[in-house]
Design a protein around this ligand. Sequence first.
Ligand SMILES: C[S@@+](CC[C@H](N)C(=O)[O-])C[C@H]1O[C@@H](n2cnc3c(N)ncnc32)[C@H](O)[C@@H]1O
Length: 378
Amino acid sequence: MQILESPQGRFELARFPLQEKDPLRAWDAADEYLLQQVAQQYAEGFTGRLLIINDGFGALSVALSAYAPVMMSDSYLSQQGCLANLQHNGLTEQAPTLLNSLQSPEGKFDLLLIKLPKSQAMLEHQLLQIRAHLHKDTVIIAAAMAKAVHTSTLKLFERILGPTTTSLAKKKARLIFCQLDSALKPGDSPYPKHYTLEVGEQEYSISNHANVFSRESLDLGTRFFLQNMPEGAFKTIVDLGCGNGILGLMAAQQHPQAEIFFVDESYMAVASAEENFTTAFAGQTRASFEVSDCMTNIATGSVDLVLNNPPFHQQHAVGEQVAWQMFADAKRVLKQHGELWVIGNRHLAYDIKLQHMFGNCQTVASNKKFVILKAKKR
Ligand SMILES: C[S@@+](CC[C@H](N)C(=O)[O-])C[C@H]1O[C@@H](n2cnc3c(N)ncnc32)[C@H](O)[C@@H]1O
């Protein structure tokens, strides 16, 4: 736990899932800047409706909980982090209304605070989605670390919402101020977008919501994984961190008798995986779809095969922590002799960690960039 000192108060905050001695903070200088701006702008208090989008681990929702915000996010971890931090600070009575990225808020808002998402596609989608919930006097303030604020970011705000300006940088963070121009007609969100995946003779239509990994085309690593899929009599398969679900989709194609579990912490990812699976198999194969933190809800010792292309970011922070958590969780859910197959960039050296955790690790295939590893539960 670390302490956020803000004009709204002092709050103890942690990232989610909680880790001992986590060196990373649950907020950044852009959150601090935003909170200072809100305090300055509403020195007399705020009585309107507040919408917060992409709050990392609840720093904004906790500090502004007195304003009963609506908090929207595509991330299950962000939502859980927000709830845990509210609880830790004794603010559960004032819990914000949590909405995921596929839900629409009701009515209009008087103050909109946005932390910029990692992808421009997601920002485009969110601005288009939220436009109808703003009025001409809505105060719109976005925030990010200055390196993430590009000319193209500002153009997006101008095209979709209206006139846009930026603040000076403070502790390397920047604010974006925008005013709704009701006359603009930016159209509807172009997401989900589709591409066609060809595997042998077969063609699959792949739908991708705005925040999905590799949403424009098949990721090179995933492509290499598809060329080297596991063979065997697997009855229960998990596509861990499923994104648009291509690995699980192909596993279902090769193992029609198996039940496939699709898991991701992104609501948009799980929705895309479900759409893609339903389009390909129309209910002929058993599958379930869950938004969760790794495999928290999958029983210990119940799975034959875990397929995993781990992330190397959690929000804006780069790190291996999520990959390690995924491997540890795979070891827990696998049956004896069950297999974890992992693809990663060579330089990530996942083999060392897998060898350490499982006591074995075999290289199944490799090329210049990627390596596919297999670890067996003993
Ligand atoms: C590198 S992408 C792989 C996506 C897909 N499997 C593929 O190969 O195209 C990693 C995925 O892990 C998901 N993820 C990140 N942290 C997670 C967590 N704690 N629990 C479940 N999924 C997570 C991300 O949302 C992302 O979709």
